[in-house]
Design a protein around this ligand. Structure first.
Ligand SMILES: [Zn+2]
Length: 241
């Protein structure tokens, strides 16, 4: 991937963007894997104000979860990240979020079906991890990673979501789409029957969509928004999740 300082800068930035979007709350965390040094960079766990995360705040772990650098609190669910980074060479960035609308789908055990064109990114589906427990052990995390298989995300029942990407930009983009699509589905459901984007329609859109370019455009847009963010949640309230 990039040099360590560039990777730290990007991971801190995406942590702040998730805070700005109200998607990471108190207990979410994100990670990026340096495939050369085999080290995992991770945002600190609870208690930290994600909106002010800086590159020096990040933790560095090995794939066994040993803390190599950093003095913040290691998230109790660190195995989610190490299991997925260890299992998939195309998952260099992982987010564990409690983003509000996607989490409601996880609570309702609702099968995810795209209702927007961009939802076609999740053409392969989003499985539900059915155990309503924190993912704190390597064996639990490996079960979760196995459930995700080659897909991009999972819903964690009664808990939150896991989203991965080949880089930080793609992980952010996929997380935003999952939250946007679930929000729109819930809001549109109040108007009547949902018009899902069928697998064929998803495939048709996916073949013409340049996901990488879209992800980079989204990155440029959200980094600009974050740079001028005043760090105040719109409502003045924080988020427990
Ligand atoms: Zn969690």
């Amino acid at each position: 991937m990039n040099s360590e300082s560039a990777l730290r800068e990007k991971l801190a930035t995406v942590t702040r963007i998730f805070a700005m979007q109200g998607m990471i709350g108190l207990f979410g965390h994100v990670s990026a894997f340096d495939s050369v040094t085999r080290r995992v960079f991770m945002s600190p766990g609870m208690a930290g104000d994600k909106a002010t995360t800086r590159p020096a705040d990040l933790l560095v772990l090995d794939l066994q979860g040993k803390l190599l650098d950093g003095d913040g609190q290691v998230p109790v669910e660190w195995p989610i990240h190490t299991a997925i980074h260890g299992a998939r060479s195309d998952a260099l960035a992982v987010a564990h979020l409690h983003s509000p609308y996607a989490t409601l789908f996880a609570i309702a055990k609702r099968e995810f079906r795209p209702v927007t064109l961009q939802g076609a990114l999740f053409l392969d589906g989003v499985p539900v991890y059915s155990e309503p427990q924190l993912v704190k052990t390597t064996s639990e995390a490996q079960r979760l990673s196995g459930l995700i298989g080659g897909r991009r995300a999972a819903l964690l029942r009664g808990h939150g979501i896991v989203v991965l990407g080949k880089d930080i930009e793609e992980m952010l983009f996929a997380s935003l789409i999952l939250e946007d699509d679930t929000r729109k589905a819930m809001q549109a459901a109040t108007l009547g029957k949902l018009g899902f984007i069928s697998p064929e329609e998803c495939r048709a859109f996916a073949t013409e969509a340049d996901w990488e370019r879209r992800a980079h455009r989204a990155w440029n847009y959200f980094t600009r928004l974050e740079a001028r963010w005043d760090r105040q949640p719109a409502t003045g309230a924080g988020s427990l999740a």
